[in-house]
Design a protein around this ligand. Structure first.
Ligand SMILES: Cc1cc2nc3c(=O)[nH]c(=O)nc-3n(C[C@H](O)[C@H](O)[C@H](O)COP(=O)(O)O)c2cc1C
Length: 397
């Protein structure tokens, strides 16, 4: 073999050079960072079930478990998502005053709503299509709620039919309804729900014309426009999904629905004192202060900011519940101090179910309840009756 051939033999072939470059690139942290949806996120690996410390720990695991469309459906808010973010900002504008003097182990969070005893004022807000998050869907969520003595409000658009959920339900069960124009279908739905055991009816009135830009762009399909189904075509009648939705609601809706309910009827989606008074005039038995987790009218206020106004207008005549943005026990305490009787968790419970199924949802509830006890101990409140306005200072803009 001549010199030239020998050099060829020992020298790096084009193929080996390319292989080397490819291995170098594959091992490169820079390339890896391109695939990491949160290169600057707090964790460099996914945490295990036993490592969950607060509700936010569940979110990245939920996100990794589900298709992007399902993640976006849970995460999104309306349009610019101003209200979505404002819901969380609002907790920064309320200071807790620490007084101490109470052992967290002795704190009692028990309460009562509509004659039912509850170990905690933390409840589950109605959220749609939970089977997208985990095959157990609402059945798993309800078992998690029951294990912690939590009251669950089942959504009108649940993955399992309400009677199926009720069949297995061992704990408290409420039913949420989006009223339809045809009163007969409302009568039928509310009748069935009560027949199978709904202890309370929640009528949601806020989500009237939702417009979720994240869904419109459907990034998971590479930007292809979402196919509009046959059922959707008449409304909205244009390609931009600007539609009337549920904008037909009027206060008199409650007059029509009230005779259909033999159990308490709550209005969900109230954000003003005036609205709360209207609800009472029209026979409502309880109010849920909510902006649908930032999924209704964008650029509206956070629910925490308007809570006191609503509580004042209601004047103790009916219970006032609240949701939108609650993630921690300290958040719950702030709302209780501003006059809420109970607090509902929306996305937090979905993160738990989507991350670890029933056990995840249960753990979310256990964490928030434990945090609430600790926050109450810090604030020097041994029971809910000892929580008052003096334990918070508000700095709303
Ligand atoms: C994915 C998702 C689905 C929802 N589905 C419903 C529903 O079917 N009925 C309803 O009244 N509210 C629904 N909501 C609103 C919640 O009941 C609640 O108001 C909101 O989640 C509270 O905000 P949070 O998620 O920041 O806790 C939904 C919220 C989310 C995030």
């Amino acid at each position: 073999m001549g010199k030239i051939e020998q050099r060829w033999r020992r020298g790096m072939s084009r193929r080996r050079a390319l292989c080397g470059l490819a291995s170098f690139m594959a091992a490169s942290p820079l390339l890896h960072a391109q695939r990491d949806p949160w290169p600057l996120g707090p964790h460099r690996r996914f945490l295990g079930f036993d490592e969950m410390r607060d509700v936010f720990d569940f979110e990245p695991i939920f996100r990794a478990n589900v298709p992007l469309s399902v993640y976006d459906y849970t995460a999104h808010g309306t349009e610019s998502e101003f209200t979505l973010y404002r819901n969380r900002d609002a907790f920064d504008w309320v200071e807790l005053i620490g007084r101490g003097g109470v052992d967290a182990a002795s704190v009692d969070t028990s309460t009562e709503l509509f004659g039912h005893a509850m170990p905690s004022p933390v409840m589950l807000a109605p959220t749609a299509r939970q089977r997208d998050l985990h095959p157990d869907g609402e059945l798993g969520m309800h078992r998690a709620a029951t294990a912690t003595g939590t009251t669950m409000i089942v959504s009108n658009v649940s993955s399992f039919p309400f009677p199926r959920i009720a069949r297995d339900a061992e704990g408290p069960l409420w039913f949420q309804r989006y009223a339809s124009r045809g009163m007969e279908s409302n009568r039928e739905a509310l009748g069935t729900a009560q027949e199978v055991g709904a202890q309370t009816i929640v009528v949601t009135i806020d989500q009237q014309a939702s417009y979720y830009e994240r869904d419109l762009h459907v990034r998971h399909l590479g930007g292809a426009p979402r196919r509009v189904t046959r059922r959707e075509r008449p409304n909205p009648p244009n390609p931009y999904r600007v539609g009337a939705g549920r904008l037909w609601y009027e206060w008199t809706l409650f007059d029509e629905l009230r005779p259909m309910c033999d159990v308490p009827m709550l209005a969900k989606g109230i954000l003003t004192g005036e609205g709360a008074k209207k609800c009472l005039e029209h026979g409502v038995d309880g109010i849920i202060v909510s902006n649908h987790g930032g999924r209704a009218l964008d650029y509206g206020p956070s629910s925490l900011e308007v809570l006191e106004e609503v509580v004042e207008a209601v004047g103790g005549r009916v219970p006032v519940l609240i949701d939108s943005g609650f993630r921690r026990g300290g958040d719950v305490l702030k709302a209780l101090a501003l006059g809420a009787d109970a607090v509902c968790l929306g996305r937090a419970s979905r993160w738990g179910l989507g991350a670890f199924g029933e056990q995840g949802a249960q753990k979310v509830l256990e964490i928030v309840n434990a945090e609430l006890k600790q926050a109450m101990a810090f604030a020097g409140a041994a029971s809910l009756a000892e929580i008052d306005r003096s334990i918070v200072k508000t700095n709303f803009p």
